[in-house]
Design a protein around this ligand. Structure first.
Ligand SMILES: Cc1cc2nc3c(=O)[nH]c(=O)nc-3n(C[C@H](O)[C@H](O)[C@H](O)COP(=O)(O)OP(=O)(O)OC[C@H]3O[C@@H](n4cnc5c(N)ncnc54)[C@H](O)[C@@H]3O)c2cc1C
Length: 303
C-alpha cells in the first residue's frame, strides 16, 4: 500500500521505544502510520539497554533495529528520518512540517519525542558520561555492584539516591557539589552510615572514560569507580510551541489521561515526556496504551 503525505491515519513523531511500540500496535491494526524520527536516542551513549525483558544488554541502536525488523512485516507502517519543526491542527487534521521540506497530514498524532537531558557542570564529566557516570541505578547499578560509588546532587537527591545506592553496594558517599546539607539530610545519612561532603567537585581522574578519583575543592581525593548524578531535563521546542499543559514539581511532564491522550484534539503523548519513571519498558508500554486508544478513536465518526 503506498502512502501519500495526505492519507495518514497517524503521524508518530519520535522513533524511540514509545513511538515504535505504538507503530507495532497500529501496524497490526492495519492503520497507516508514519514514524518521523530525528534519530537521536536519548540513551545512545549507553553500552546497553537493561531491564527490558528478553533484551537484556542489547545496544540502544540495536534495540531500534530489532523493532524495525518486526515492523517490516506490517505494510501500513513507514519510517522517515527527519525533524518535525511545526505542528498545527486545522480542518480536523494535524499538519506537520519537517526540516526536509515535507508537509504531512494525519488524523491523529502521537508525540513520542523523548526529553533532552541537562547535565551538571563538572570538569571531566563529558568524556565519562554513560561510561562511569550514570543517572539511573536500575539501568546501571548492577554493572557497579560492590564498587565504591558516589551519589552527586543536592539535598533532595542525596536523601533519595544515597540510600537507594545501598541496594547495589555498601561503599556509597554522597557529594552535594557545593550545596550545603540540610539537618534532615545529615540525620538520614548519618543514621544509614553514609558519608557525605558538600565540597564542590573540581576534577575527575581516570583514563579512557573510567573514573578512579573524584577531586574536591577542599583537597580531598575520593577513590570511586562510578558516579550517579542528578540530571536536569528540558522538553523539545515542539512541546512548548503546542502550548501543551505540563504538570509536575521538579520536572514538568506533558499532561495525559490514563490512555495517554493530551487535552488537544486527536493528540496523544507517550514515553519520557509524560512520566518521571523514564524507562524503555515503561515508554514502550505507554506507546502501546496510546496506540490502543488511537485505534479505538479512529474507528469512530470524525466530528
Ligand atoms: C545514558 C542513558 C542510559 C539509559 N539506560 C536505560 C536502560 O538501561 N534501561 C531503561 O529502561 N532505560 C534506560 N534509559 C532511559 C531510556 O533511554 C528512556 O526512558 C527511553 O529511551 C525513552 O523512550 P522515548 O521513546 O520516550 O524517547 P527516546 O528514546 O528519547 O526517543 C525519542 C526520539 O524522538 C526523536 N525526536 C525528538 N524530537 C523530534 C522531532 N521534533 N521530530 C522528529 N523526531 C524527534 C529523537 O531524535 C529520538 O530519536 C537510559 C537513559 C539514558 C540517558
Amino acid at each position: 500500500m503506498s502512502m501519500t503525505e495526505n492519507n495518514l491515519d497517524v503521524l508518530i513523531i519520535g522513533g524511540g521505544p514509545a513511538g515504535l511500540s505504538a507503530a507495532l500496535y497500529l501496524g497490526r491494526a492495519r492503520r497507516r502510520a508514519l514514524v518521523v524520527d530525528a534519530g537521536e536516542p536519548r540513551h545512545a551513549p549507553s553500552s546497553g539497554v537493561h531491564n527490558f525483558l528478553t533484551r537484556e544488554g542489547v545496544a540502544p541502536v540495536g534495540f531500534r533495529e530489532l523493532a524495525w525488523e518486526d515492523l517490516r512485516e506490517f505494510p501500513t507502517i513507514e519510517h522517515r528520518q527527519a525533524y518535525v519543526e511545526d505542528l498545527v491542527f486545522e480542518d480536523h487534521h494535524w499538519r506537520a512540517r519537517t526540516d526536509d521540506g515535507q508537509t504531512l497530514k494525519a488524523r491523529a498524532v502521537l508525540l513520542a519525542v523523548g526529553v533532552v537531558d541537562v547535565h551538571p557542570e563538572i570538569p571531566g564529566y563529558a568524556e565519562r558520561w554513560a561510561k562511569s557516570i550514570h543517572h539511573c541505578p536500575f539501568c546501571h547499578g548492577w554493572e557497579v555492584r560492590d564498587h565504591p560509588v558516589a551519589a552527586v546532587g543536592g539535598n533532595d537527591y542525596a536523601r533519595h539516591m544515597g540510600p537507594m545506592l545501598k541496594n547495589w553496594t555498601d561503599d556509597v558517599i554522597v557529594l552535594s557539589h557545593g550545596e550545603p546539607f540540610e539537618a534532615e539530610t545529615e540525620a538520614l545519612l548519618k543514621e544509614l552510615k553514609i558519608p557525605f561532603c558538600p565540597s564542590p567537585i573540581v576534577g575527575l581522574e581516570g583514563a579512557n572514560g573510567a573514573l578512579e578519583t573524584i577531586v574536591l575543592e577542599n583537597g580531598t581525593r575520593v577513590a570511586r569507580s562510578a558516579m550517579f548524578v542528578k540530571l536536569g531535563q528540558r522538553h523539545h521546542e515542539l512541546i512548548h510551541t503546542l502550548k501543551l499543559p505540563l504538570k509536575g514539581d521538579h520536572v514538568e511532564y506533558v499532561e495525559v489521561d490514563m490512555m495517554q491522550r493530551t487535552p488537544l484534539p486527536m493528540l496523544w503523548a507517550a514515553g519520557d515526556i509524560t512520566t518521571g519513571f523514564q524507562q524503555v519498558l515503561e515508554s514502550a508500554a505507554s506507546g502501546a496504551r496510546a496506540a490502543a486508544a488511537i485505534i479505538m478513536t479512529l474507528a469512530m465518526p470524525a466530528h
